[in-house]
Each structure stands twice: as structure tokens, then as C-alpha cells.
Write a protein that binds this ligand. Structure first.
Ligand code: ADP
Ligand code: ZN
Length: 713
């Protein structure tokens, strides 16, 4: 047989182990570069498919692959997922005992483990002890931005990873990250001492995620908008990211009071409590998790339909990574950010304590610009990641609702004189209340109700006023004094407008559609309308998946992702063979899981004929390729050995089986050939005590096959 190219082998492995038919953009090039011994830098958005880039070389090469990763939870998830696909992987980390870790290292050296996940601390501890001629195919450094001071998640241990190249100069290193601007990218290559690395940058665009920003929304309004999201996707789930533990807890409580199934997740909870929350989320027992940023790392839950930022993130990298957890299956998803000046102040105080004040202030400023912008948000976001975009996206609030402009000079003049008359000692909320002539106590106490500007803007709603003043801030008419309780200060530019009465153009405020909310305390979850057939099948398959996952003690997505289940719903496979063709179903999972899923699908389709009848040769071939012997195939398919042998004979006759080493030994074959030559008529009788008659027939079929091949030559 001709040698397979690297590309062919990689594609075959992708299909065998992962059940995927083709590589995503860059994956094959990255794998090829690594296999050729080149250092690589891989930039791909979350969900882009980075893991396969370093996992496949473990199977393509004789050497092992070492993966450096800072996140223990993520390591464990990946190891579980790899094993579910039949790939021997393990991790060495501080959650395991020293004995466990040592035994894993021994297995690695003996070649029984193909992929090892290890924390940077641990790697640095071990690397000098490792034999320099240990066969390592590749060392992958995941979350590589952690190495850079410029990044948003700097980890000091990462800076020492330059040891890798010192100790193993000829082993290729692959640095992977989902977040890196140009500065960070160059820093990664330099700090890891990569030699002339091949750099692969995937598009960071996630066009299926719609982007929305809601400015200065009050608590009631926020709850209403979140309720709408939960209702809209009441069978799926979402995340509300909050700035602090307390905010997360309050949000969780409020949502539960509205009758939603919610859980809370933050670093202040015990490990058990956190695991329980994560479990509920993954299993779909809750519709929403109210979390601090600690949540979501490494969750490969593909049906997160929406992500809300209850508070402004500190930088665009974090924002993008967090919204990226939605819609990993490619179906439409929503990202909604609530923006308020109070959050800017809080974030600024975090920045001041961060030890990298200048850099982080700059990053916060970019985040703020994004939130305040009246331009296509995706363009701003992608240009931040150094990607050029020449068109508006059509899937953000600005594109969907282009602001109508109008002459807002009167509004600007009213607002500025209002602020000035208070001696510029008030923030936005008080100013709006003043302009609207509110009966607020504070206004009366401070004598503001006697000012000529009191109530001049009463015809304009609170929300509308707030929006206009925000715009005035963006336009540079007002400045917010973060160091003075966020009071509004009229800028020199504002003063000039005030004096010269020059025109100010504002974007017309568009009120939110006021859909009714469910405000009754303890209201039942949304009325469940009857399911469509496809939804019913999906629900059935999810049941099956959950049952299997519980039995094995793994998260449901380790059994199958939602995307794979959706494919099953679409294609309704009713045989093992068809099942194996589903994207995301590799050989190992076919053999292990086809029966319960196919049974559910057949029941759904009203097929009553018993499963197992009429199973084809191809199914036998599939099992054989997956490493099953005759007895195991017979057991898996619940058929007789004889039937399996019949299939084998047929497969050999059809030239579908050309490697016989797994079904018959050299000695067995030689023995049959000898007896066949000497006693052709009593062949089966003579061999009966030694081997299954089926095996004899297989041997004879092989002889025919060899003769046929000779004749063709
Ligand atoms: P990342 O590490 O970049 O966030 P993952 O490696 O976890 O992303 O991949 C995200 C999802 O995409 C996973 O479910 C993965 O199995 C799937 N995936 C990766 N490569 C392919 C491919 N070539 N075809 C189909 N699905 C893929
Ligand atoms: Zn847009």
C-alpha cells in the first residue's frame, strides 16, 4: 500500500477519534508545521478549535505531547473528553497525590500515555529531571498570553517557560491563545524564545453573537431585560457576569424570586458549592448562572445562548472571551452589556490597585469607548484585535438600530446650565432629576428646587435625558470627575458651545420595547408550549445523554455535544453505520453509545422492528477498525460468532478488509493452509478441535484474496 501523506493520516485520525469530517481553517496547517518541527504561535478565538491542533500530533507521531495549562479544571475536562474518545491522556497537577503524579509520569515515560497536561509550576519543577532524549513530539503552551505583561492575565510562572527551549531546543513549541493584540503576540514569541515561529491568526469574528449595549439601565430595567432573555431561550441557558460576589448573589436572588431557575457562582463559595453550581449549569438544571469572572473557563457547553454583563468588564479581552462562551455551536446567540458610569468608577479603582495602572487605565478606556460608541460595535471590537473590517456587521445594536440624528443644542444648553448652577457638584442622576423637576429630597435640601433650570426638561423622560447626557459625555461636552464622586464638569469645549450657541447633534433616543415582565413573586417557570417533533426527539436524546453521563460520572457534553445531538435529530440515524457518520461521533463513541441513541431515534420514528436484525458487514468492519476482536464484536452487536465470521468472509471477498493481523495469527493461517493442501475434503473435521469453523472459512477467503491480488499484478 502506498504511504499515506501526513494530511491523509491526520484527516483519518480526525474522523476516527473525533468523528469530524474536515479540519477547520488553519488546523491542518498548524498540525503540519508542528509535525515538521517548527515553532508555532496560534491565535484563535474561544471555541475556534485550538485543542485539536496539539492533540492530533500525539497520535500522528511516536513522541508524546506535553500541554502546559494553568487551569486544573480545564485540564481535567480535556483529559476526560480525550479518554471518552479513546485517546490515552492524563494530567499532573496539585489536586492529585504525589504518588498519583509519579505513577502518571512513569506511564508517560513508558509510552502508555500519549498526552500529558501539566501546570507551568509543575513543568518547571520537573523539566530538568526529564531525560533529554525522551521522545517529545511537541510542547504546547495553552493560554500563552499569561506570559505577557501586556496581556490581561499575567502569571509570573509563565515567564520562566523559556526553560522549555533551553532544555529541549529541538522540540517544537506551540503557543496558543484566544486573546492577543499585536503587542502580546510578539511578546509571547520572544519570551518563549521561539525560533522563527509560524504564526497563525484566525478571524476572531463570531458573527452569530449579536452585540448589544444598554446604557444607564436601572435595576428594574436590567431584571426585565434578563427575564426576556431567559424567556426567549427558556430551554437553554445563559450567564450573568457580575462585578462582585455581592452583586452576583443579589442578582441570583432577584431572578429566583421572579421564578427562574438560577444559581450563583463565585470564588467565595466552597469548592463543593462551586462544583454543584457548575454541574447544574452543565446539566441544564438551571437556566442562568450569576457569576463573577471565575465562572466559565473551560466550560465546553455549546448551548449557552446568551451572556449578560451586568457590569462593565475591565478590558475588551475579558469582554470578548466572556461573550465568546455563548453560541459555540454556531447558532444565534446574544451578548448584552449594561453600561453605567458607576461601573467605570469601580473599575478604575480596581485599576488603581492593579500595579499596572497605566496599561490597565488605557485598556479600561478602550472598553469604555466600545460601550459608548455610536459606530458598529463589531468593527470596534475586531479592530481592537488588529483585524481590519470594511463593513458594518448588521448584527449589533448600532447596525440594527442606526441612531437618528437631530439638533440637540437645546438639550445641551439646558444640561450645562443645570450643572453650572449647582456649582458642578452633581452627577448624572441628580442632574436629570433636577432638569425634570423631581420631588427628590436631596434637591430640596440643597435648594436646587429654586434654581431657574429646575424642571425645564420635564417633558423628556428620565431614560431619554440620561441617554442624551451620556452622549454629551462622549462628545466631550461634559467630563466625569471620577475623583469627585463622578460629578459632571463642563469642559472648555462645552463652555464654547454655551457661549457661541453652536449646534450639537445628538442621536435620537429609542425607547426599549416594553414587554410585560413576570413580576409575581414565585411565579412558575414559563408556560411550556407543546414541543415540535424535532424538539421532542432532541429532548429524548438529551435524556439518554444525561443518563449515560451520570452512569459514567462525566459531564453530558463529554458523551456528546449539543451540536452532535442536533445532527442526530437532523439525520435520524437508525443503524450503527448511519450513527457513525454523525459529525462528532468517533469510532469509540459509536461502539459505546450507538445503541441507546439509535433506539431512541427508532422509537421516535415509530420503527418497531427489533434492533439488531439485519446488521451489516460494514458495522462489523467499523468495530474491527476500532480494535474489537470477534468475540467483542459478537457481544457488542449481540450476534453469534458465526455471523461475525460470515461478515469477515464477505468483507474479504469485497476487498474491504486487507489487514488480517487482528483476526487470525500467522500460525493459524499457516495451519489452515497446510491442512487445506493435504486434506482438502476433511479440512473442517480435522480442524474442528483447534479452531472455529468460521476462522477456517476466513483463512480460505484470505487465500482467495491473495491469489486474486497476485493475478491482478
Ligand atoms: P478552543 O480550545 O479554541 O476554545 P476547542 O478546541 O475546545 O476550542 O474546540 C471547540 C469545539 O469545536 C469543540 O467542541 C471541538 O470538538 C470542536 N471542533 C474543533 N475542531 C473541529 C473540526 N475540525 N470540526 C468540527 N468540530 C470541531
Ligand atoms: Zn454592527
Amino acid at each position: 500500500m502506498a504511504e499515506l501523506t501526513l494530511q491523509q493520516r491526520a484527516t483519518a485520525l480526525l474522523s476516527r477519534f473525533y468523528g469530524y469530517n474536515k479540519f477547520r481553517p488553519h488546523q491542518l496547517e498548524i498540525i503540519t508545521a508542528a509535525m515538521e518541527g517548527r515553532d508555532t504561535v496560534v491565535l484563535m478565538p474561544t471555541g475556534g478549535g485550538k485543542s485539536i491542533c496539539y492533540q492530533l500530533p500525539a497520535m500522528l507521531s511516536e513522541g508524546v505531547v506535553i500541554v502546559v495549562s494553568p487551569l486544573i479544571a480545564l485540564m481535567r475536562d480535556q483529559v476526560t473528553a480525550l479518554r471518552a474518545n479513546g485517546i490515552p491522556a492524563a494530567s499532573v497537577n496539585s489536586m492529585q497525590t504525589e504518588e498519583e503524579n509519579q505513577s502518571i509520569m512513569r506511564e508517560l515515560f513508558s509510552g502508555r500515555i500519549r498526552l500529558l497536561y501539566i501546570s507551568p509550576e509543575r513543568l518547571l519543577m520537573e523539566i530538568d529531571r526529564w531525560s533529554r532524549d525522551m521522545k517529545i513530539a511537541l510542547i504546547a503552551v495553552d493560554e500563552a498570553h499569561c506570559i505577557s505583561q501586556w496581556g490581561h492575565d499575567f502569571r509570573p510562572h509563565y515567564t520562566q517557560l523559556s526553560r522549555i527551549k533551553q532544555v529541549f531546543p529541538s522540540v517544537p513549541v506551540m503557543a496558543l491563545t484566544a486573546t492577543a493584540d499585536r503587542l502580546t503576540r510578539e511578546d509571547i514569541a520572544r519570551q518563549l524564545c521561539l525560533v522563527n515561529p509560524a504564526v497563525f491568526i484566525s478571524s476572531f469574528d463570531r458573527p452569530n453573537i449579536s452585540l448589544r449595549v444598554a446604557t444607564d439601565t436601572g435595576r428594574r430595567d436590567r431584571l426585565r431585560r434578563i427575564s426576556q432573555l431567559i424567556d426567549r431561550y427558556h430551554r437553554d441557558s445563559g450567564i450573568v457576569y457580575c462585578i462582585s460576589r455581592k452583586v452576583a448573589e443579589n442578582m441570583d436572588k432577584a431572578l429566583r424570586e421572579l421564578g427562574y431557575r438560577s444559581a450563583v457562582y463565585h470564588a467565595g463559595l466552597s469548592a463543593d458549592e462551586r462544583n454543584a453550581a457548575q454541574e447544574k449549569f452543565i446539566n441544564g438544571d438551571v437556566q442562568v448562572v450569576c457569576a463573577t469572572v471565575a465562572f466559565g473557563m473551560g466550560i465546553d457547553k455549546s448551548n449557552i445562548r446568551w451572556v449578560v454583563h451586568n457590569n462593565l468588564p475591565g478590558n475588551l479581552e475579558s469582554y470578548y472571551q466572556e461573550i465568546g462562551r455563548a453560541g459555540r455551536d454556531g447558532a444565534p446567540a446574544e451578548a448584552l452589556l449594561f453600561y453605567s458610569y458607576a461601573d467605570v468608577a469601580t473599575r478604575q479603582s480596581f485599576v488603581d490597585d492593579s500595579g499596572q495602572q497605566a496599561l490597565n487605565t488605557e485598556k479600561l478606556a478602550r472598553m469604555k469607548e466600545f460601550a459608548e460608541s455610536r459606530l458598529c460595535r463589531r468593527r470596534i471590537l475586531l479592530s481592537y484585535f488588529n483585524e481590519t473590517v470594511d463593513h458594518d456587521c448588521g448584527n449589533c445594536d448600532i447596525c440594527l438600530n442606526p441612531p437618528e440624528r437631530f439638533d440637540g443644542t437645546t438639550f445641551a444648553l439646558m444640561a450645562m446650565s443645570g450643572a453650572i448652577r449647582t456649582g458642578q457638584t452633581i452627577g448624572i442622576t441628580t442632574l436629570v432629576n433636577l432638569l425634570r423637576g423631581s420631588a427628590m429630597m436631596e434637591l430640596r435640601q440643597r435648594g436646587f428646587d429654586r434654581l431657574p433650570t429646575f424642571g425645564v426638561g420635564r417633558d423628556t423622560s428620565f431614560a431619554e435625558w440620561t441617554a442624551y447626557i451620556s452622549q454629551m459625555i462622549q462628545l466631550g461636552i461634559f467630563d466625569i470627575a471620577y475623583n469627585e464622586n463622578n460629578h459632571l464638569k463642563v469642559t472648555p469645549y462645552g463652555m464654547r458651545i454655551l457661549k457661541e450657541r453652536t449646534g450639537v447633534t445628538l442621536a435620537r433616543y429609542v425607547p426599549l420595547d416594553r414587554r410585560p415582565t413576570r413580576s409575581r413573586k414565585g411565579a412558575a417557570p414559563a408556560e411550556e408550549e407543546p414541543l415540535k417533533p424535532a424538539e421532542r426527539l432532541l429532548a429524548d436524546l438529551k435524556e439518554v445523554r444525561l443518563r449515560l453521563a451520570r452512569k459514567e460520572g462525566v459531564p453530558p457534553y463529554v458523551v456528546f455535544t449539543d451540536k452532535a445531538l442536533l445532527e442526530m435529530v437532523r439525520l435520524e440515524p437508525t443503524s450503527m453505520e448511519d450513527f457513525s457518520r454523525i459529525e462528532g461521533v468517533g469510532e469509540r463513541k459509536t461502539v459505546k453509545y450507538w445503541k441507546p441513541f439509535v433506539t431512541a431515534i427508532r422509537r421516535h420514528k415509530g420503527i418497531t422492528e427489533k434492533l439488531g436484525a439485519g446488521l451489516s458487514c460494514d458495522e462489523t468492519l467499523l468495530l474491527l477498525n476500532a480494535g474489537y476482536d470477534v468475540a467483542a464484536i459478537a457481544a457488542a452487536k449481540e450476534i453469534k460468532d458465526t455471523t461475525v465470521y460470515n461478515h469477515l468472509v464477505q468483507l474479504i471477498r469485497d476487498d474491504k478488509l486487507t489487514d488480517f493481523s487482528t483476526i487470525i495469527t500467522r500460525e493459524q493461517y499457516a495451519r489452515v493452509a497446510q491442512v487445506a493442501r493435504e486434506h482438502p475434503d476433511t479440512l473442517f473435521e480435522i480442524l474442528a478441535p483447534e479452531m472455529h469453523s468460521g476462522l477456517v472459512r476466513v483463512a480460505l477467503a484470505i487465500t482467495d484474496f491473495l491469489l486474486r491480488r497476485k493475478a491482478n499484478k
